[in-house]
Design a protein around this ligand. Structure first.
Ligand code: UD1
Ligand code: CA
Length: 414
């Protein structure tokens, strides 16, 4: 098997996105777009990944900086996708393997499709293999030009299309596998002869074909996978598609999602078997939920939360950066932030942890089998022993718990 490297193009300025941030850091279901593309490359065995960054490069490197398999390549001026590939020349010029080239703004790419691409490339012993997709609305994408026999002749960018070419619905999703040496021979020759005066990677493909090398394509790529995110609107469409994928996977894992259209679950969330997610629930960030739980309706579960098995979170309950042990009940209107809630604790309606004192965030620890009456305010930092009983409407601070002394904390009512 050939050695494999990957180049991810992620240096673009993205005027259409209208942002100060690097485009590839914009999130799809809680993860930057680039994260999905990196994972797809890793899943198909790309040993080293050359990420070409430019606009906002410091932010991008900071975000993914720890990853050892990424080589950061800087493209100072964004002169086009072929120019971006050229920036990797010093690293890859003597590499004798296969090089994947992908765009960082295509988060919907699936490893499965890349595998198909690689298999086709190797079976056909091609110089280059691309993917194509047929879209109802091909506007904005490079169009695939074929001769009368169906052989691919090249790709013409949207802004350079003739009237007839403009009607072609088969487009370039912009993921390719190249024989590395042939790729670099071709990108060197690309000239900016187009409306935008950019060096197009798509022209490198035409050059490879013109030189007589074999270029093949996998054609049955799903339209959704072809999507490049160039605008906020496309970001929201991509997020919707990703959300459906996340939910489909969770349901296959045995999670019930009562109303998928009115539920939002972060890509980083993990949820156990036989847990039921009721409508209008929003799970955001790294969250782990155990088995047999019931979450929502209208629950907001935030980053850093671990919910063990058999927990019930009801309406308008918000949990942030907290651990809820097995059997906890918080059925109505609660806020639990930076808390450790013990086993089988009953959190009454409207009870909250007051975790922020205006300067810093403090932690609350509630022991096992406690009862927190309705409307209680637990002022952090606070520690309640196992079996504590907090009367309804109580404002509990560590001082009044201490004043009550040993043995009396079982009833800390006002
Ligand atoms: C590109 C393809 C087009 C394809 C579409 C799919 C080219 C010329 N066109 O068009 O055929 O249908 O993607 O989404 O390749 N980038 C750099 N440096 C640059 C320019 C771009 O790193 O100098 C990066 C961008 O950050 C982006 C990617 O390359 O992640 C694609 O660039 P973009 O400007 O979005 O190209 P499209 O017009 O979408
Ligand atoms: Ca794009």
């Amino acid at each position: 098997m050939a050695q494999r490297a990957a180049i991810i193009l992620a240096a673009g300025v993205s005027s259409r996105m209208n942002t100060q941030m690097a485009k590839v850091l914009h999130e799809v279901c809680g993860r930057p777009m680039l994260g999905y593309v990196l994972d797809a490359c890793r899943d198909v065995g790309a040993g080293k990944i050359y990420a070409v960054v430019g606009f906002g490069s410091e932010q991008v490197k900071e975000w993914f900086g720890d990853a050892e398999d990424i080589v950061w390549v800087t493209q100072d001026q964004q002169r086009g996708t072929a120019h971006a590939v050229m920036c990797c020349r010093e690293y890859l010029k003597d590499f004798d393997g296969e090089t994947l080239v992908l765009c960082g703004d295509g988060p919907l790419i699936r490893a499965k499709t890349l595998k198909t691409l690689i298999e086709k490339h190797e079976a056909e012993q091609a110089a280059a293999t691309l993917a194509t997709a047929v879209l109802d609305d091909p506007a904005g994408y490079g169009r695939i030009i074929r001769d009368v026999y169906g052989n691919i002749q090249g790709i013409v960018e949207d802004s350079d299309c003739s009237r007839e070419q403009w009607l072609i619905r088969e487009v370039n999703p912009s993921y390719y596998l190249f024989n590395n040496r042939i790729l670099f021979e071709a990108v060197e020759k690309v000239r900016p002869d187009n409306v935008k005066k950019e060096f197009y990677l798509t022209d490198a493909l035409s050059l490879i074909i013109a030189t007589g090398h074999k270029v093949v394509a996998i054609t049955a790529v799903r339209p959704e996978e072809a999507m490049g995110v160039n605008s906020r609107r496309q970001l929201s469409v991509a997020s919707k598609i990703m959300q459906a994928r996340i939910q489909r996977q969770l349901m296959a894992n045995g999670v019930t999602i009562v109303d998928p259209d009115n539920t939002w679950i972060d890509a980083r969330a993990r949820i156990g078997q036989d847990t039921v997610i009721e409508p209008f629930t929003y799970i955001h960030g790294e969250v782990t939920i155990g088995s047999g739980c019931r979450i929502g309706p209208f629950a907001f579960v935030r980053h850093g939360t671990v919910i063990e098995d058999d927990v019930v979170l009801g309406v308008f309950t918000e949990v942030k950066n907290s651990t809820l042990a097995e059997g906890v009940r918080a059925r109505h209107h609660s806020y639990l932030g930076d808390a450790m809630i013990g086993r089988h604790v009953d959190v009454g309606a409207g009870s909250i942890t007051a975790n922020f004192d205006g300067v810093k965030v403090n932690r609350t620890k509630v022991g096992d089998d406690c009862y927190i009456g309705s409307g209680a305010i637990l002022i952090a930092p606070l520690e309640l022993k196992d079996g504590s009983h907090i009367g309804a409407g109580t404002v509990v601070s560590q001082r009044n718990v201490n004043e009550l002394g040993e043995g009396t904390e079982k009833d800390v009512s006002k």
